[in-house]
Design a protein around this ligand. Structure first.
Ligand code: ATR
Length: 281
């Protein structure tokens, strides 16, 4: 048992957590780098979140990922917060520091941009306008990261316009909020279009776009993952565009946490994708 005594613990806290890919992801890196440590799925209901969080550092946890529905609460309970976590009002990566306490960061936007850069090396944020569809939590991180990367014009469209306006006012005052009815026109001339809506998700509403104005030179990103591609990605591919999936965003957002908890900067590669999806590399 002695072997386990100083092995750092980390995990992902959510409710529900059964479908999280994070334990497979971090488990792969722990094995690959031969690191003595553990990464666990931690199902914690909303009412129990604070008590669980405050107990974890006393149980050998060095940090955690936080997912739905706890990201805002994790931010609010933290002792120290990064600038981007403050801007988003939400945290996905926590470090438990003996001196500083609970330190909260948000790496979702970092993961999104790093995934674009992996897919298209030399991807240039300043190359042209970008259209983003949606206005939920993940959308906020994507919009902030794109604006920070230098996108010259960001068109934000959401079915409920007031949510897009609130996002603009809270996160990125310079963006261009348009009516959902203008979605096809808004895609015209963009270098990147991002779908953060639930349209086309398994069990979600039908995808009602045509992307008829999408340039074949554009990149199209979905922030969810489906084996074989999402309906949005398939539609973009039918217009000749290159696509990026949400799995890459998940893999890259995990890098900073792993490095802080386990002391090694991990690689995102085909073997990791295979380990996480259960499909051959
Ligand atoms: P989150 O959990 O990230 O907040 P959500 O609230 O489930 O996401 O919202 C999913 C997104 O898909 C929202 O932007 C939603 O638009 P509304 O804000 O108007 O609800 C969008 N969405 C869901 N169904 C849609 C549909 N049929 N057509 C267009 N957008 C849709």
């Amino acid at each position: 048992m002695k072997d386990h005594e100083d092995a750092p613990l980390a995990g992902v806290i959510g409710w529900p957590i059964a479908h999280s890919l994070s334990p497979k992801l971090h488990g792969h890196w722990l094995r690959r780098y031969k690191i003595k440590g553990w990464y666990l799925p931690l199902p914690v209901a909303e009412d129990d979140f604070e008590a669980a969080l405050r107990t974890m550092p006393k149980m050998g946890f060095v940090g955690a990922n936080v997912t739905m529905p706890h990201k805002e609460r994790a931010f609010a309970l933290a002792d120290e917060t990064s600038a981007i976590a403050q801007r988003l009002g939400a945290a996905n990566t926590l470090v438990f520091d003996p001196q500083r306490g609970i330190c909260a960061d948000n790496t979702d936007g970092f993961g999104f941009i790093e995934n674009l850069r992996e897919t298209r090396p030399g991807w240039d944020a300043t190359a042209g306008p970008v259209a983003v569809l949606g206005a939920g939590g993940a959308c906020r991180a994507v919009v902030a990261a794109l604006m920070d990367a230098g996108v010259p014009e960001l068109r934000l469209l959401n079915r409920t316009k007031s949510r897009a306006q609130a996002l603009r006012d809270e996160i990125a005052p310079g963006i261009d909020v348009r009516d959902w009815s203008e979605v096809e026109e808004a895609v015209s001339g963009v270098s990147l279009v991002v779908n953060t809506t639930s349209m086309g998700m398994a069990g979600g509403p039908e995808l009602t776009l045509t992307l008829q104005n999408l340039s074949p030179a554009a990149l199209a990103a979905d922030i969810v993952y489906a084996a074989g591609g999402t309906p949005f990605m398939k539609l973009a591919q039918s217009r000749g565009a290159e696509t990026v999936d949400g799995l890459g965003m998940l893999l890259h957002q995990a890098r900073p946490g792993f490095e802080r908890w386990f002391g090694r900067a991990p690689q995102v590669d085909a073997a990791l994708r295979a380990a996480v999806t259960g499909q051959g590399a």
